[in-house]
Design a protein around this ligand. Structure first.
Ligand code: AMP
Length: 136
């Protein structure tokens, strides 16, 4: 995996506003926040996307993500938030190191979402389900 700015943050070569750290996980404030408290939770493991993350790192993030989200909500007073992971440049990923955004919704500030929903057809659903189950 190519070196990213988050690798440098993990190694302490670039400063960040750390809110949580353990052996496998680092969480810090996003430098260009969508709303106050916008936090990034990242694995220390070098992986670009969620699907490339080891079970150990995934478990470590899953264990602390709710706790960090609670703390962000408590600190900001927000009552709603989005957890977002962009995977791949086409999906708006700019830093190619897995990161979970915790984005509080505060008034109009927070994540804006374009959600152009389709309709799941039964025939399509069956084929997709089989393909995914087979791949798992
Ligand atoms: P994404 O589009 O999901 O890859 O988002 C990358 C995020 O990293 C953006 O929200 C940036 O504001 C944030 N970011 C980039 N560099 C830094 C940095 N040095 N410290 C904190 N956040 C950063």
């Amino acid at each position: 995996m190519a070196e990213t700015i988050f690798s440098k943050i993990i190694r302490g070569e670039i400063p960040c506003h750390t809110v949580y750290e353990d052996d496998r996980v680092l969480a810090f404030l996003d430098i260009f926040p969508l709303s106050p408290g916008h936090t990034l939770v990242i694995p220390k493991e070098a992986a670009e996307r969620v699907d490339q993350l080891s079970d150990e790192s995934a478990a470590a993030i899953g264990r602390v993500l709710p706790r960090i989200a609670r703390a962000v909500m408590q600190a900001t007073g927000a009552t709603a938030y989005n957890v977002l992971v962009n995977n791949g440049a086409e999906a708006h990923q700019a830093v190619m190191h897995v990161h979970f955004h915790i984005i509080p919704k505060i008034d109009e500030r927070g994540l804006g979402i374009g959600w152009k929903a389709g309709k799941l057809e039964a025939s399509e659903a069956e084929a997709l389900k089989k393909a995914i189950v087979t791949a798992l």
